[in-house]
Design a protein around this ligand. Structure first.
Ligand SMILES: *Cc1c(COP(=O)(O)O)cnc(C)c1O
Length: 377
């Protein structure tokens, strides 16, 4: 039997991407300049319903630029969802600002609005006002944005929305990445669409996006020689990557449909088992189901998430524990945290199952038989 590796989430190209790359070659637009860059920016903004987008080399770079645009200084407090990938929080350290981590809640696994407000009120009592909120839509599930934006507006704190995993997700038809002052996307190789590596900053603030492009181009002034008044970065996306992105965006809806079908496949297989839980969509929420995740109560199922991971690995099937919360990371040991042990429990009992939009029926059959062995179902 075929035992080739089944990946958690691998790139999935459509038909147009290669034609676009060939066009970029034929016209010699190989550098971080060329017609696919403004086109990709235009197409992303249209898709997400923002006034504009600026494409860059990674999602992490986009978050970093958002912090620069908000004029974050050394020692400023940034409220950041704890249950996330480190790309959300590393840029806080780039600016020598101080992260304060916020727990997640059960309905979306994302930032708990209650814990967020608790943190703001408590810090206020200590005479400190946070300078930004970084909220994340993990695994494609939208965070409680209506509640979080209401709190942010009440206390007048800008919001950076990390939608790296949530392109194609919505609340009541409004796209993830379009709620906050800035939204960020990632086109890393494992994401729902990829440019081999890349990211974007979304906003309704056209001037801020123009400033982002300036900062991403070494903050080079508009002079014939190289004139610099402030510190910038080399964060620009290449025209080749943008060429791939333009093609990938056209198949995004198909990718979302395939990822959602993966979720349904696991749900059908496992949802009747006592002790296994899925993250269901609250009313009005639409998840791209980037990764299909479950939590397993080992006391009920007799199987820990690590038992399952190892059993799948034995069959050359990749799976992965849910994100280890930032407040549990040695790097962030000294940082404040508001919440309970909810995100810690997600890490302890949660696992991401193979979720590529290119999983074949044969691969699903291999996954299904091994899951049936593990849970004797
Ligand atoms: C992937 C990801 C990022 C970072 O994106 P890169 O393009 O890899 O830099 C940030 N936040 C989350 C939640 C992500 O999943």
């Amino acid at each position: 039997m075929d035992k080739s590796k089944i990946y958690l989430s691998s790139p999935h190209m459509g038909e147009e991407e290669l034609l676009n790359v060939q066009e970029a070659f034929a016209t010699n637009w190989i550098s971080p300049a060329g017609p696919f860059i403004p086109q990709f920016e235009h197409d992303l903004a249209t898709y997400c319903g923002t006034k504009g987008a600026a494409v860059v080399q990674s999602g992490t770079a986009a978050i970093h630029l958002a912090l620069r645009l908000l004029d974050i200084q050394q020692g400023d407090l940034i409220l950041c969802q704890s249950f996330t990938f480190i790309g959300s929080s590393n840029p806080i350290l780039y600016e020598k600002a101080t992260p304060v981590f916020i727990d997640s809640e059960a309905a979306t696994w994302n930032m708990c609005p209650q814990a967020l407000e608790e943190a703001i009120v408590d810090l206020e009592k200590k005479g400190k006002r946070p300078k930004a909120i970084i909220v994340v839509h993990l695994y494609g599930m939208p965070a409680k944005m209506n509640e979080i934006m209401a709190i942010a507006n009440r206390y007048n704190i800008p919001v950076i929305e990390d939608a790296a995993e949530a392109l194609g997700s919505y609340i009541d038809g409004k796209a993830c990445g379009s709620f906050g002052d800035f939204g960020i996307l990632s086109f890393n190789g494992n994401k729902i669409i990829t440019t081999s590596g890349g990211g974007a900053l979304l906003s309704d603030n056209i001037d801020a996006l123009q400033k982002a492009r300036f900062l991403a181009t070494q903050a080079k002034e508009n002079t014939p020689h190289y004139e610099h008044l402030e510190m910038g970065y080399n964060y620009r996306m290449s025209n080749i990557a943008a060429a791939i992105g333009v093609g990938q965006l056209k198949v995004l809806d198909k990718r979302v449909a395939a990822r959602r079908a993966n979720h349904d496949f696991y749900f059908e297989l496992l949802s009747d088992i006592k002790g296994i839980q899925f993250l269901e969509e609250p009313t009005g929420y639409f998840s791209n189901r980037w990764l299909s995740c479950i939590t397993i109560d080992p006391l009920i199922t007799g199987v820990s998430r690590e038992d399952l991971r190892l059993a799948l690995e034995k069959e050359n099937i990749e799976s992965r524990p849910l994100w280890k919360p930032m407040h549990m990371q040695p790097l962030f040991e000294s940082c404040d945290y508001y919440g309970t042990d909810f995100s810690e429990k997600l890490f302890q009992d949660g696992i991401c199952l193979p979720s590529g939009s290119n999983l074949t029926p044969q691969e699903k059959e291999r996954i299904s038989s091994q899951l049936k062995v593990v849970f004797s179902c």
